[in-house]
Design a protein around this ligand. Structure first.
Ligand code: NDP
Length: 445
């Protein structure tokens, strides 16, 4: 049995209930085999085992009181995965599905994504199984304060710098930062990113993941001599990533014709993104209201990937494992040209294998959605320098970073003699080789 297979088997035994974590480990490890063929000495140094085991897993109690005086207890997590490249960095997710397996899969992926940004940040992830849906402003505030009351002792601008993720936007980051500042009694803006611009946030951070995704998509299409002007696009999700991916698609002359949320999806040849923004960012409610507000389009329940709608470009921007083998086959049958992941691991490993088999352009999340964390790192830089860059300056740096990530993927494909559509292996090899090299140089054993 090869070193890679042995470590995968060990992980399956050790963490047998952590299915999404195992899925992420298999996806990465299978494609980084060439590094270990080049460096057989890494086996003796247990490089893979060290890559897979988080440096630290913190799990904690989060008690909070609802508006009726009832006390609830949720579970909080911070997984500080790998700090060889810089302070741990990764988002916080508030969603009822959050568990250790999801935290570890996201933290593991984050290490390679952060390495690809070329910025000095390590990998981490955190969150809670708290469901923000239907909670009042006061309940959200109290939950965030309680969450930070434990988390503060584990973070710091040179230690670990959390940001937002699903269920955690600028409002929650504000409440988290406010509580951190009160506890430590100091202004340490660099401890969290995704802050409001008025107290140290970066312009373009909110848009960065979605915009960055489209910048990466453009690079990938350009490298394959495809001009996407006029192409139809399906964007799944209608949260932070999805909305700004859709905005940038329109700005680039593509046509978004469908978006979704956890209950259903809208299909509209004249999709009105301002209405989607109002529903999701202002009313924080369901897309069910879209047709009534926009006066056109159609709403369906269920997944957008099970419906009739088809497009040349697909941008999954909702959550993990939205597209399985059957849905992937349907996209291919209907003529998809490129799939770029705004979400983390929205495609199953079987779906990814099918894209590769069919030579479909597929951009994995760790490369394509790295614009968010990259701009978070730019926010950290601005905080350290105690100055703020203009939107144009940040956006131009974001574009450069996405181009650099794309170039690294291509370079890795060339170096390891892989076909030019294998962005999965390109991203994994480029990201992992940096983390591994830093681990070895730091003599981490
Ligand atoms: P948000 O919470 O803002 O939005 C999530 C969206 O996904 C919502 O529209 C939500 O619907 C929808 N959704 C949730 N669960 C499901 C489901 N089971 N089926 C269909 N739709 C679902 O999160 P973000 O936009 O911040 O994050 C989306 C993805 O992007 C995540 O995978 C995240 O890890 C990843 N990501 C985010 C980054 C960021 O900067 N925010 C950076 C890099 C990656 P509803 O509105 O009904 O809840």
């Amino acid at each position: 049995m090869s070193y890679i297979e042995r470590v995968i088997e060990q992980t399956k035994l050790k963490d047998k209930d952590q299915t999404v974590f195992i899925q992420a480990v298999e996806e990465v490890l299978h494609s980084i085999a060439p590094i270990f063929e080049k460096h057989p000495e890494y086996e003796k140094m247990a490089v893979l085992e060290r890559l897979i085991e988080p440096e630290r897993v913190i799990s904690f109690r989060v008690p909070w009181t609802d508006d009726h005086g009832q006390v609830h207890v949720n579970r909080g997590y911070r997984v500080q995965y790998n700090g060889v490249l810089g302070p741990y960095k990764g988002g916080i997710r508030f969603h009822p599905s959050v568990n250790l397996s999801i935290m570890k899969f996201l933290g593991f992926e984050q290490c390679f994504k952060n390495a690809l940004t070329t910025l000095p940040i390590g990998g981490a992830k955190g969150g809670s199984d708290f469901d923000p849906k239907g909670k009042s402003e006061g309940e959200i505030l109290r939950f965030c304060q309680s969450f930070m009351t434990e988390l503060y002792r584990h973070i710091g601008e040179n230690v670990d710098v959390p940001a937002g993720d699903m269920g955690v936007g600028a409002r929650e980051i504000g409440y988290l930062y406010g509580q951190y500042r009160r506890i430590v009694g100091a202004s340490e803006r660099g401890v969290l990113t995704g802050k409001g611009v008025v107290y140290g946030g970066s312009l373009v951070r909110k848009q960065a993941t979605g915009y960055g995704l489209v910048y990466f998509l453009e690079e990938m299409l350009k490298a394959n001599h495809i001009d996407p002007t006029g192409y139809s696009v399906i964007v799944s999700g209608s949260g932070n990533v999805a909305i700004y991916a859709a905005e940038k698609c329109f700005a680039k002359g593509m046509k978004v014709i469908a978006m979704s949320d956890s209950k259903g999806y809208i299909v509209d040849e004249n999709l009105d993104l301002e209405v989607v923004k109002h529903i999701k960012e202002v009313e924080r409610t369901s897309l069910e209201k879209y047709v009534e507000y926009a006066g056109h389009g159609e709403y369906y329940t269920g997944s957008v990937y099970d419906g009739e709608v088809c497009a040349k470009i697909v941008l999954p921007c909702a959550t993990q494992n939205e597209i399985n083998l059957e849905r992937a086959q349907r996209l291919i049958d209907r003529g998809v040209v490129a799939i770029a992941e705004g979400a983390n691991m929205p495609n199953s490993n079987e779906a990814i294998a099918l894209y590769l088999e069919n030579h479909i352009l597929y951009a994995p999340g760790k490369a394509a959605n790295a614009g968010g964390v990259a701009t978070s790192a730019l926010e950290m830089t601005q905080n350290s320098m105690r100055l703020a860059w203009s939107a144009e300056e940040v956006d131009s740096k974001l574009q450069d970073i996405m181009k650099a990530i794309h170039a690294q993927c291509l370079q890795a494909m060339r170096e390891y003699d892989l076909p030019s559509y294998n962005y999965v292996a390109g991203a994994n090899l480029a990201g992992a080789s940096k983390v591994i090299e830093a681990m070895v140089l730091q003599g981490e054993y």
